[in-house]
Design a protein around this ligand. Structure first.
Ligand code: FAD
Ligand code: NAI
Length: 478
């Protein structure tokens, strides 16, 4: 007889493991299937999904190490500290990152035990429905069939590869290979100037690579407020990242120790770039391989996503929900987590709600870029009258003291009601600063509300208040 659960979650990334824990907290019997052991198929499957294993956590560890290195090499002398001959030990840096990943994935194992979530060690696929219960085959370390009243699909996403380009994760890499180089490549090519391209391009540039980023679109960071994008492009170019926008990638040829990328540049000229390593970061695609969705009457849309209700993440089949990267919306860990919590609470009869307009974005470059809500292009396109207020970190004492005076805060408020419609930050601590803006927008705050709240001095949060004042043309320190 198959084991029976109230809820079976497919995938243990941020969407899945959080859904499993929340469902268990709410009193359901819960199992979570995860079969991915990454580099070592003989090892135990690792919990945490893309985020913990080959995404957010390892990339942020490498960003931190490389930023320390660049500070010592280029900026620490400004403080009167003399350090000569700094060098980077890449294998040690990678091993530090691996230790952090192991600690974090082990932490989820502990949380599963604590919350009595059963880890089904394998890949799940739908078999059908019997007596009102969904039947799922689990194939992997411990193959078995389980049944469930409710199923939450959280199978995530994988890197999109370009046709005819063989990703071996040694010379031609996606995010997985780009996070485990054994040495700093002298020349690094990156295809795609999106989030991964900028973050991983920054890591290896700081460690000494000559980095060229090839981007198909003629505009830089199209999803960002264009004022922020222009500032970012200027700063990143000054740091040494080389951008080629509006290119058309042609043949990509792998040699013994290098890769040659042929492309047509924006002016129509035929170009060729030879690099030691290439990272391909041209977006991600939803993971539905092997789920056997047809067995329960589910179909993906034309882009491969599982269609869900915009408010509840319910699929068209009763009792089956889908969350995270495998459904519409931004491919972000915190969005996946919030959807996981929401679905578990819906199953328990609660009425949770996610305001997708209040999901923040962060790009962990230096300076960082973070935003929430609408940008200027979107407001203009909607024809909504707004008041912009901007304040530079160069006029903030704490930022100057920290040597982090690049960037600014931009607040966009409704011209009539003063409601905050969007907040855009480019600054060293933007990832943490944006949280204030998210709270404000969730509470439908006005720019005046932020302007009247006491902010600590000296702190990097003061420019947020000043930008709020600037929407009313009354910034005090600029
Ligand atoms: P995933 O994390 O992809 O997890 C899905 C899991 O399901 C995987 O473990 C997979 O093995 C498993 N699975 C798939 N099919 C089956 C099956 N049939 N049976 C059982 N298990 C299955 N987001 C941020 O918010 N901040 C960041 O800083 C950030 N940095 C990133 C850096 C990189 C390099 C990358 C690649 C991504 C980054 N992301 C970041 C995005 C983030 O990782 C994803 O949005 C997030 O992991 C999505 O969570 P998920 O649970 O939907 O899917
Ligand atoms: P992306 O969507 O951010 O960027 C892909 C870029 O590649 C785009 O600029 C696109 O125009 C370009 N591109 C597409 N096809 C191309 C081609 N043929 N030639 C040249 N350029 C091409 O995708 P990316 O960087 O792969 O990241 C995937 C997702 O992972 C992100 O969208 C994000 O959701 C998530 N992520 C989030 C992070 C964060 O929150 N800090 C960090 C890294 C990833």
């Amino acid at each position: 007889m198959s084991q029976e659960f109230d809820v079976v979650v497919i995938g243990a990334g941020p969407g899945g493991y959080i859904a499993a824990i929340r469902a268990a907290q709410l009193g359901f019997t819960v199992a979570c299937a995860e079969g991915n052991a990454y580099d070592d198929p003989k090892a135990e499957p690792r919990l945490g999904g893309t985020c913990l294993n080959v995404g957010c956590i390892p990339s942020k560890a490498l960003l931190a190490s490389s930023e320390e290195f660049e500070n010592v090499e280029k900026h620490i002398a400004d403080h009167g500290i003399d350090i000569k001959g700094a060098s980077i030990n890449v294998p040690k840096m990678i091993s530090r990152k691996d230790t952090i990943v192991t600690k974090m994935t082990g932490g989820i194992q502990f949380l599963f035990k604590k919350n009595k979530v059963t880890h089904l060690k394998g890949y799940a696929s739908f078999v059908g429905k019997e007596n009102g219960l969904y039947q799922l085959a689990i194939k992997g370390k411990e193959s078995q069939t389980v049944s469930a009243k409710h199923v939450i699909i959280a199978s995530g996403s994988k890197a999109r590869h370009l046709p005819g380009m063989e990703v071996d994760n040694v010379l031609i890499c996606d995010n997985e290979g780009g996070l485990k180089f054994d040495q700093t490549p002298k020349k690094l090519g990156v295809i795609g100037a999106g989030v991964i391209g900028l973050e991983l391009g920054s890591v290896w540039r700081r460690l000494g690579s000559e980095v060229t980023i090839l981007e198909a679109l003629p505009t830089f960071l199209g999803a960002c407020d264009q004022g922020i994008a222009a500032e970012a492009q200027k700063l990143f170019t000054k740091q040494g990242l080389q951008f080629q926008l509006g290119v058309k990638i042609g043949e990509v040829k792998k040699g013994k120790n290098n890769v040659t990328i042929s492309y047509v540049d924006a002016a129509g000229g035929q170009q060729s770039l030879v690099v030691d390593r290439l990272i391909v970061s041209v977006g991600r695609i939803p993971n539905t391989d092997g789920l056997n969705l047809e067995a329960v009457g589910l179909k993906t849309d034309e882009r491969g996503f599982i269609p869900v209700d915009n408010h509840t993440c319910a699929t068209s089949v009763q009792g089956i929900y889908a969350v995270g990267d495998v459904v519409r919306g931004p491919m972000l860990a915190h969005k996946a987590e919030d959807e996981g919590v929401m679905v578990a609470e819906i199953l328990a009869g609660q009425k949770p709600h996610i305001d997708y307009n209040c999901i923040p974005w962060v790009i962990y470059t230096s300076p960082e870029i973070a935003w929430v809500g609408k940008n200027e292009q979107q407001l203009k396109a909607e024809g909504r009258a707004y008041k912009p207020g901007q304040f530079p970190f160069a006029a903030n004492g704490r930022a100057l003291g920290m040597g982090s005076a690049d960037g600014f805060v931009k607040i966009l408020a409704d011209a009539t009601t003063d409601e905050i419609l969007g907040v855009h930050i480019i600054a060293s601590a933007a990832s943490d600063l944006i949280a204030e803006a998210v709270v404000a927008m969730e509470f439908k705050a006005s720019a005046e509300d932020i302007a009247r709240i006491c902010h600590p001095h000296p702190s990097l949060s003061e420019p947020i208040r000043e930008a709020a004042l600037a929407t009313d043309r009354r910034a005090l320190n600029f």
